[in-house]
Design a protein around this ligand. Structure first.
Ligand SMILES: Nc1ncnc2c1ncn2[C@@H]1O[C@H](COP(=O)(O)OP(=O)(O)OP(=O)(O)O)[C@@H](O)[C@H]1O
Ligand SMILES: [Mg+2]
Length: 250
């Protein structure tokens, strides 16, 4: 088949998905979303809108209350405990709270991801050093993760998420603690992995990441996808950018 005419393969398919945290928190409400191979998708929306929950549903950290979650061909809700590792090989997640092992070194934290898929130690060391160089952490190879700044921990968690070059990368606020230059490095890494075929979902509050992006930006609001045409007068209630400057002058 001519690859130019073949349909793009679906990597993430959510069909009418809801997630209720008992007793009454409707974190995700009836979301349908399809992401195809090689896409970069930004998920934005205010705190509590459901971004992390959506990523956790995709990585099977959570099961949906309703609806279907299909990821890389797996019907995620039906995946048995014994088969979850098959999904985890295809999905790398950088967590909002990093989830590093504080007593272990940076190299150990990144290496663990590769050890569990039986990469040889020579490969693990080379890949770890390569990622640390890209993320400007070369000198921290042997540092205990608990001694790192939050921005450094954040980058280690990103390195761990992408170490196995997963087909799908889920990044939860990946630049929340980073300055502009380091943010640029992280985004360069994502773009490089994307050029090699990775599908990437990035949950972020940082508008600078997607302000001029050619990629899809999806805004969540109260667990639902907010479509641009749903804009209301309420959305214009925000303080305009120049209002602060005016009030400071007066
Ligand atoms: N394990 C949980 N148990 C109960 N409620 C939860 C749980 N996790 C999240 N929630 C609730 O679900 C809603 C969505 O939370 P979520 O963490 O997905 O939001 P978010 O968009 O990632 O927010 P933030 O921008 O602050 O990271 C919130 O009301 C939150 O309090
Ligand atoms: Mg979150």
């Amino acid at each position: 088949m001519n690859p130019e005419t073949s349909p793009p393969s679906v990597m993430v398919d959510l069909i009418k998905v809801s997630k209720l945290y008992p007793p009454d928190v409707q974190a995700i409400a009836d979301i349908s979303l399809t992401v195809t191979k090689g896409e970069i998708v930004f998920l934005t929306g205010m705190s509590g809108a459901g971004k992390t929950t959506l990523l956790r549903l995709i990585s099977r950290m959570e099961k949906p209350t309703k609806g279907m979650v299909d990821v890389a061909g797996f019907d995620v809700a039906k995946l048995s405990h014994r088969s979850i590792h098959l999904l985890r090989r295809k999905v790398g997640m950088a967590y909002q709270d990093f989830k590093l092992l504080p007593e272990r070194t940076v190299a150990d934290n990144i290496g663990i991801a590769m050890e569990v898929v039986y990469r040889p130690s020579s490969f693990i060391e080379k890949r770890t050093r390569e990622l640390l160089e890209q993320l400007d952490l070369t000198k921290k190879y042997n540092t205990r993760a608990g001694e790192l700044s939050r921005g450094e921990q954040q980058r280690v968690s990103i390195a761990r998420a992408v170490a196995n070059s997963p087909e799908i990368i889920l990044a939860d606020e990946p630049t929340g603690n980073l300055d502009a230059e380091t943010t640029g490095r992280v985004m360069d890494l994502f773009h490089q992995l994307n050029r090699k075929g990775a599908t990437i979902l990035i949950a972020t509050h940082d508008r600078s990441l997607f302000q001029e992006t050619p990629h899809r930006v999806i805004e969540l609001r109260f667990g639902r996808i907010r479509f641009p045409q749903a804009e209301t007068q309420d959305d214009n209630d925000q303080v305009p950018d120049d209002a602060l400057a005016v009030s400071q002058e007066s």
